[in-house]
Design a protein around this ligand. Structure first.
Ligand SMILES: Nc1nc2c(ncn2[C@@H]2O[C@H](COP(=O)(O)OP(=O)(O)OP(=O)(O)O)[C@@H](O)[C@H]2O)c(=O)[nH]1
Ligand SMILES: [Mg+2]
Length: 216
């Protein structure tokens, strides 16, 4: 069951604390038969190549170089697992669906991404990142289909909100929420963020802290 949106305020402080402690790299997997043991709660960040997944992991943890970022698509080539204070694991995923990345690589990563999302029992939530400038793309649909089918709860996060004017961003939030309305596993709130300005980061930390509290 999806939890009610909108009551993040009580979790802002817990979210801040959760991400104020230790954070460290624990594992990288380039194949589905090489995942770390399932333990504790996992939260994954998925999205098209270059959408800002690794930057968001860094923004959440307040670290500049925990996850490696790049302005060229295809930087993250493995599933990277990060421990957050022994309380949960964040998974920075490779990107999918970018035309500028060699086809065979995108294909291999897509197979890995799909297999992971389908079969990870301790995966508590997926944050599906969408570039606020571009909105949902066809490549996103197959991932949304997998999550709906596997009943993995997910929330759409708009990235790079700093690139849009206020009105444009509000429009993108509305059209994205509308497109997700009929999807059964989608959390009903679209969260705008910017890893550059910090917009939406406290709210995302709070949402994760609430999830940790619920599953404790
Ligand atoms: N303007 C703006 N640019 C951003 C933001 N977040 C990330 N970027 C830029 O987007 C580019 C890609 O960022 P990454 O975090 O490496 O993206 P990724 O989704 O991890 O990419 P892959 O690992 O290649 O799939 C970099 O040039 C970042 O500086 C943001 O909030 N605002
Ligand atoms: Mg990356």
């Amino acid at each position: 069951m999806l939890d009610a949106p909108g009551d993040l305020a009580p979790f802002l402080e817990a979210g801040r604390k959760l991400f104020a402690g230790e954070a460290g790299f624990v594992w990288a997997a380039s194949r589905i038969d090489n995942l770390p043991p399932m333990q504790g709660l996992e939260i994954a960040f998925a999205g098209r190549s270059n959408v800002g997944k690794s930057s968001l992991v860094n923004a959440l943890t307040g670290r500049k170089t925990l996850a490696r970022t790049s302005h060229t698509p295809g930087r993250t080539q493995e599933l990277n697992f990060f421990d957050i204070g022994g309380r949960l694991t964040l998974v920075d995923m490779p990107g999918y669906g970018y035309a500028a990345v060699p086809k065979d690589k995108v294909q291999a990563w897509t197979v890995l991404i799909h297999a992971y999302l389908r079969g990870r029992a301790n995966l508590a939530r997926v944050y599906l990142l969408i570039d606020a400038r571009h909105g949902l793309k066809p490549a996103d649909a197959s991932v949304l289909d997998i999550l709906d089918k596997a009943a993995v709860s997910y929330q759409v996060v708009l990235t790079k909100a700093d690139e849009l004017k206020k009105g444009e961003l509000e429009g993108r939030v509305a059209t994205t929420a509308e497109a997700l309305a009929k999807r059964p596993a989608a959390f009903p709130v679209v969260q705008p963020t910017s890893s550059h300005t910090g917009l939406g980061i406290p709210e995302l930390r709070a949402a994760i802290a609430r999830l940790v509290a619920e599953r404790a």
